[in-house]
Design a protein around this ligand. Structure first.
Ligand code: C5P
Length: 230
């Protein structure tokens, strides 16, 4: 079969990352965590002391962005300038910086080809906000994974607790809502489902159920049973 792309877009905390990992593993596909790319770029800008409100300054800071990922079985390790930054990129401060710089058209343009280069045989599962709309508009399978802000805050709370990190539900909910607001309302590549995406609400479903549903959809499309919308 010809190599193809599966895009998984949606707001933060909807479960895109875990789903992407499971689907990529099941199909033996490569994986692109585009959020990690924005986080690494934000981290680089922060480390360089760039003013995040200054698009040109951020662009200068990320001109020679040296990033790479090492994929393990369950975990992908991100490197910035040769240093493992797994912990740094997961913080809310980096997430929030990422969503600020992600609103700059020139930053998005700078990171576009880098993301497209992840598409290599036998195929790619790409997760993010604009995978199906901008980065891979011709993707064969497009999923938009949603969940309520409350449910996403709860999941994040549990995840932080399990990592031994103190968290506050109200703060998490506020941060998620602020980030959603920025991601949905920016002028370039806002967070919206592609017109040909299937929309899955994971609020009431666990990962196994979402995975089964998505794998069934992929099988149907590949067998010509589900419409591929042009
Ligand atoms: O997915 P994650 O939470 O790691 O993404 C961090 C931030 O990067 C998002 O809030 C969003 O602003 C930005 N992002 C983006 N486009 C993508 C992926 C992430 O704008 N494709």
């Amino acid at each position: 079969m010809k190599p193809f792309v599966i895009t998984i877009d949606g707001p933060s905390g909807a479960g895109k990352g875990s789903l992407a990992l499971r689907v990529a593993k099941a199909l033996g596909f490569h994986i692109l965590d585009s959020g990690a790319i924005y986080r690494l770029a934000a981290l680089k800008a922060l480390k360089s002391g760039a003013d995040l409100q200054d698009e040109q300054g951020v662009l200068d800071a990320i001109r020679d962005l040296d990033i790479r990922f090492e994929r393990g079985d369950e975990l992908t390790i991100p490197y910035l300038d040769g240093v493992d930054v797994s912990n740094d990129i997961r913080s809310e401060q980096t997430a929030s910086a990422a969503s600020i710089i992600a609103a700059y058209p020139l930053v998005r343009e700078r990171l576009l080809q880098l993301q497209r280069d992840f598409f290599q045989p036998p195929g790619l599962v790409a997760d993010g906000r604009d995978m199906g709309t901008t980065v891979f508009p011709d993707a064969k399978i497009k999923i938009f994974l949603h969940a309520s802000a409350e449910e996403r805050a709860k999941r994040r709370y549990k995840q932080l607790k399990s990592m031994g990190i103190e968290a506050n539900m109200a703060d998490l909910l506020r941060e998620i809502e602020e980030r959603d607001e920025r991601d949905r309302n920016r002028a370039v590549s806002p967070l919206v489902p592609a017109s040909d995406a299937i929309i899955v609400d994971s609020s009431m479903m666990d990962l196994d159920q979402v995975f089964d549903l998505v794998m069934q959809h992929i099988e149907d499309v590949n067998a010509g049973r589900a419409p591929v919308i042009d």
